[in-house]
Design a protein around this ligand. Structure first.
Ligand SMILES: Cc1cc2nc3c(=O)[nH]c(=O)nc-3n(C[C@H](O)[C@H](O)[C@H](O)COP(=O)(O)O)c2cc1C
Length: 214
């Protein structure tokens, strides 16, 4: 189990340029501190092993989400992973302190350029507006949200710029946690408290069907 857990989520890695470059750079660094998990390779049937995922999370200090921005958010399997692995009473809610004090870092890329993500641009809002759920997931779980590492205009950046980007990703991982305090990381906040009935109660076992005996 490693101190840095990278959850890579790309539904079509064979056609990826950025995610693949970052993952390859991590692999080349061969650091025993880093566990890189390709969720789409691990769970082609979307049947997550919740126990294994939670166990890896519990050991990690830094959790990195590595994925392209799809529909202003995360790819479907990672969303399922959040829904199921970050469970109520474990990651958040009453007694859910398993992730409190850990760091969450998003490494993503966008097709849109930096200008596209502005009030006057194509997408009409700063990219941070779309990324608010990541900050809030961290907050709900009492994690520190580190400023995302983003590569814009993913299809237009030069090979040299992409290479540099991948290098700086790996350098930060290797130097973790030294750089975290000097970024504008939001300080860890106590987890948001939720009442016990904030989520549906677990379903009761099915009641046996009554049959007439005579
Ligand atoms: C299904 C899909 C949805 C996408 N949605 C967005 C989006 O909401 N905003 C954006 O800027 N780019 C979007 N893109 C472009 C990807 O973010 C871009 O192709 C990716 O960051 C490049 O990384 P990769 O080489 O690892 O695939 C989308 C691409 C696909 C295939």
């Amino acid at each position: 189990m490693s101190e840095i857990l990278i959850l890579q989520a790309h539904p079509d890695l064979a056609r990826s340029r950025v995610t693949r470059a970052l993952a390859e750079a991590v692999r080349a660094a061969t650091s025993p501190r880093i566990d890189l998990r390709d969720l789409y390779q691990r769970y082609p049937d979307y049947a997550l092993d919740l126990e294994a995922e939670q166990s890896a999370l519990a050991q990690a200090r830094l959790i990195v989400l590595l994925h392209p921005l799809h529909w202003y958010g995360m790819p479907a399997l990672l969303k399922l992973w959040v829904d199921e692995v970050l469970s109520f009473g474990w990651a958040y809610g009453p007694g859910g302190l398993a992730l409190a004090g850990k760091d969450l870092w998003l490494a993503s890329s966008t097709g849109g350029s930096e200008e596209d993500y502005s009030a006057a641009g194509r997408h009409g809002h700063a990219v941070e507006t779309f990324l608010l759920p990541y900050a809030q997931i961290a907050r709900l779980c009492g994690m520190r949200h580190l400023p995302p590492l983003l590569l814009h205009a993913a299809h237009r950046v030069s090979d040299a710029a992409l290479h540099q980007h991948a290098l700086s990703f790996v350098q930060r991982l290797l130097a973790y946690p030294q750089w975290c305090d000097s970024t504008q990381a939001e300080a860890s906040q106590p987890p948001i408290e939720l009442p016990v009935d904030a989520r549906p109660a677990p379903s009761a076992p099915p009641t046996p069907v009554k049959t007439r005996s005579n």
